[in-house]
Design a protein around this ligand. Structure first.
Ligand code: MEV
Length: 433
């Protein structure tokens, strides 16, 4: 019988990098070579050269692990690649609080993407619409003539939709949507291949000109949802009762629901978590960003992607819903060793499971941010990491980074100049020992 893993790892942050690596290695049966890869960029220069054009090198970011997550009764350690301090710590903290009520629940839609075909110079919209609808089965079958592995895995085109834009500045326009099940791939390539392939056929049956053929990143048929609860008493601070913090978080949520200026920052906090998971797993985070923000504006006013309420027991309840098109096969995951490691750590078996994890991390990250904002303020936690970064930038050796950072925090003087002075002072101190 498989023993249930427990992601609630005490003081993970206090361990050395090597100790954390050993823990991760045991968690996901990583090979020694994979640990070596984590110490490097995970990408061979030759592979990098095949990924994009004009390559001159590689570029590394920190790969961290958020602990404590339980989603749909399964424990996860969450790989996060991000340059911003506090994101991973905040996420782990949130994971812990939600865990106390049984963890998060999440679900997701089937992986249906939309490929768009723009038909222009349409003189009779109704006739064009009818032709497309009448040829639905043929269009779907035609699209499935092309597209390798996704079709083999049971995916492919499943349906069409026809949309009309009348009286645009270029006249009437009909847009054909090809609905395409991409299974465990994000599917951009498959969808783009399919719409390009069927475009001549669409021109032939409609006798109209096709212009663009491309997927839509507003993947609102492929959404992911998560929710969870935090006990009121787990929210109390030195100065505020749990009830006051619940109310303050609900107020913060409403602020983001009604004000696009706040919603933008609120959603940015959500994407701090989601993007970090997407980058770690080699996914196209710009695609998800684009879809998230378009979805956040679907009512006509840009708004929050989450909803925070007080439940009947006075506890805090959070919910998130957004388009989330990700893959666990193809794309960068194929060549990037550290992306493969991230997927191995997550132990996901489908793209839907990955989307459910990512959306949950978004909810957790949002909770951590607005809890901090509604209580101590965000700078409190940020400053510690910022001070450490300045100490490193000032040339502190690994031995002295923490002490120099601590000294600057004590002095409330967190500046590069001060860090440089302290580096010199510590060096002189060390030389005189
Ligand atoms: C910072 O990267 C993210 C926050 O601004 C998000 C928020 O304001 O909710 C803290």
């Amino acid at each position: 019988m498989k023993t249930q893993k427990n992601s609630n790892i005490s003081k993970f942050y206090k361990r050395t990098i090597q100790e954390r690596q050993t823990l991760i290695q045991d968690w996901s049966n990583l090979e020694n070579d994979q640990i070596k890869s984590l110490n490097n960029s995970g990408l061979e220069i030759e592979d990098a050269n095949h990924m994009i054009e004009n390559v001159v090198g590689r570029y590394s970011l920190p790969f961290g692990i958020a602990t404590n997550f339980k989603i749909n009764s399964k424990d996860y350690l969450i790989p996060m690649v991000v340059e911003e301090p506090s994101v991973v710590a905040a996420c782990s903290y949130a994971g812990k609080l939600f865990r106390d009520t049984g963890g998060f629940t999440a679900h997701s839609d089937a992986p249906i993407m939309v490929g768009q075909i723009q038909i222009v110079d349409v003189d009779n919209v109704k006739a064009t619409q009818d032709i497309l609808h009448n040829n639905r089965d043929k269009i779907v079958a035609k699209a499935n003539e092309i597209g390798g592995s996704i079709i083999k895995r049971g995916g492919g085109a499943v349906d069409i939709e026809v949309r009309v834009f009348s009286n645009t500045s270029i006249g009437d326009m009909v847009i054909l949507h090809l609905l395409y099940d991409t299974r465990d791939a994000m599917g951009a390539n498959a969808v783009n291949t399919a719409v390009e392939y069927i475009a001549p056929y669409i021109e032939e049956i409609t006798n109209k000109k096709v212009n663009l053929r491309i997927l839509s990143n507003l993947t609102d048929k492929r959404k992911a949802y998560a929710e969870g609860t935090v006990h009121q008493e787990n929210l109390k601070t030195d100065n505020l009762s749990g009830e006051e913090v619940v109310d303050a978080i609900v107020e913060a949520g409403i602020f983001a629901e009604v004000d696009p200026y706040r919603a933008t920052t609120h959603n940015k906090g959500i994407m701090n978590g989601i993007d970090a998971v997407l980058i770690a797993t080699g996914n196209d985070w710009r695609a998800v960003e684009a879809g998230a923000h378009a979805y956040a504006a679907r009512s006509g006013t840009y708004s929050s992607l989450t909803k925070w309420t007080k439940d009947e027991n006075g506890n805090l309840h959070g919910r998130i819903e957004m388009p989330l098109a990700v893959g666990i096969v193809g794309g960068a995951t194929r060549v990037h060793k550290n992306a493969q490691i991230a997927l191995q750590i997550l132990d996901v078996s489908t793209a839907q499971e990955l989307a459910e994890i990512a959306v949950t991390v978004g909810l957790a990250q949002n909770f951590a941010a607005i809890r901090a904002l509604a209580t101590d303020g965000i700078q409190h936690g940020h400053m510690r990491m910022h001070a450490r970064q300045l100490a490193v930038a000032a040339g502190a050796d690994a031995f002295h980074v923490a002490s120099i950072a601590q000294q600057m925090i004590k002095e409330k003087n967190i500046r590069l100049e001060r860090a440089k002075e302290l580096v010199i002072a510590y060096r002189e101190g060390a030389n005189n020992e």
